[in-house]
Design a protein around this ligand. Structure first.
Ligand SMILES: *Cc1c(COP(=O)(O)O)cnc(C)c1O
Length: 278
C-alpha cells in the first residue's frame, strides 16, 4: 500500500488504500430487475448505478435533479450509453424525493422498481462497505474516509475488528445530521450501532464540490485527484499536525472513487470521478 509522506505527519503513518466505494455500495443492491435512483447532473452515484446495471443486466432509471440540458454532460452521456433511462424532476419535487408520495408517483410511471436513495446509502450499501476492512493489507489503528451521505463510513465502522476506529470527514457544510444518519444506517443494516467511529465536520472547505486555493494547492502538491479525497487528506494531515493522533498511530486513508483509466473505459471523457457537485 502506498504511504503518504509529509513532514507534518511526524510519527503518524498514513497509508493510502484505493477503493471504489460506490461499487461496494451497489453490490448487495443488484438483486433486482429494475433499479431507480436519484442524483444531480454530475452524480458519481448515477453513473455507478448505470454501469452496474449494464454489467448485471438490470434495467436502470436515473431521476436527475432539474431540467434536461442537451447535449448531455459526460456523466449523463456515460449513464445513457450504459442504457440508463434518464428522467428529470424539478427542484421542488426533487427535494421531496424520499417521500412516499413521490415514490408512489414514480412507481406509477415506472412500474415495479427498487428505489435506491440519492448517494446509494441504504442497508445493503452498508453491508457492502463492511467488507472493506478485512481487505486492508497493513496493520492499522484508524481508517479514514470522506463522508457524503454516510453509508461508506457506517459500513467501514461495522466491519472493523475490535480496537480499531473509523474517522469520517464530511465534505458537506453543516453536516451535523450525519452522526444520526450513520447510526440510523447501521441500525437499518444490522439492528445495532457501533461506537468506534466519528465524523469530523471541520474540513468541508465551503461545502459540497467547493474548494479553496489552499485546498487546491494541497491537492496539487500531493497529487490528489478528487475533491472528496483532498478534503479528507488535508484533514488527516492537519489533525496530525495538531497532535490529534498519538505518536505511532497508523492510519489507513481510503482513497474513494475510481482511477481515471477505469472511468475512461466507460466511453466518457476522462477525468477523475470523485467530485460530486449537488
Ligand atoms: C460517494 C463518495 C463518497 C462518500 O460516500 P458516502 O457513502 O455517500 O458517504 C466518498 N468519496 C467519493 C469519491 C464518493 O464518490
Amino acid at each position: 500500500m502506498e504511504e503518504l509522506l509529509d513532514p507534518a505527519l511526524g510519527q503518524v503513518r498514513v497509508f493510502l488504500m484505493h477503493d471504489d466505494n460506490k461499487q461496494r455500495k451497489l453490490k448487495y443492491n443488484l438483486g433486482h430487475r429494475r433499479l431507480l435512483t436519484f442524483g444531480g447532473a454530475y452524480s458519481h452515484h448515477i453513473r455507478a448505478v448505470a454501469r452496474a446495471g449494464r454489467r448485471h443486466g438490470i434495467e436502470t432509471i436515473g431521476v436527475i435533479r432539474g431540467e434536461e440540458h442537451l447535449p448531455l454532460n459526460p456523466t449523463l452521456a456515460c449513464a445513457a450509453a450504459c442504457g440508463m433511462t434518464l428522467t428529470y424532476l424539478d427542484r421542488a419535487s426533487y427535494r421531496l424525493k424520499h417521500t412516499p408520495e413521490v415514490h408512489a408517483r414514480l412507481r406509477e410511471r415506472w412500474g415495479d422498481v427498487e428505489i435506491l436513495p440519492e448517494g446509494g446509502s441504504n442497508a445493503a450499501a452498508v453491508r457492502g462497505c463492511a467488507e472493506l476492512p478485512p481487505e486492508i493489507g497493513v496493520d492499522y489503528d484508524v481508517v479514514c474516509c470522506p463522508v457524503g451521505t454516510g453509508g461508506t463510513l457506517a459500513g467501514i465502522a461495522a466491519g472493523l475488528p475490535p480496537g480499531r476506529r473509523a474517522l469520517g470527514f464530511a465534505v458537506l457544510k453543516g453536516a451535523g445530521f450525519l452522526t444520526g444518519e450513520v447510526a440510523r444506517l447501521q441500525r437499518e443494516a444490522y439492528g445495532r450501532t457501533w461506537d468506534n467511529w466519528s465524523v469530523n465536520l471541520d474540513y468541508h472547505f465551503g461545502g459540497y464540490a467547493r474548494s479553496t486555493p489552499a485546498l487546491d494547492r494541497f491537492a496539487a502538491e500531493h497529487g490528489v485527484e478528487g475533491i472528496y479525497v483532498a478534503k479528507m487528506l488535508y484533514g488527516v494531515l492537519d489533525l496530525a499536525r495538531q497532535g490529534a493522533f498519538a505518536p505511532g498511530t497508523r492510519v489507513v486513508a481510503v482513497v474513494t472513487g475510481q482511477p481515471s483509466t477505469f472511468v475512461a473505459a466507460c466511453g466518457a471523457p476522462t477525468g477523475f470521478d470523485s467530485g460530486e457537485p449537488r
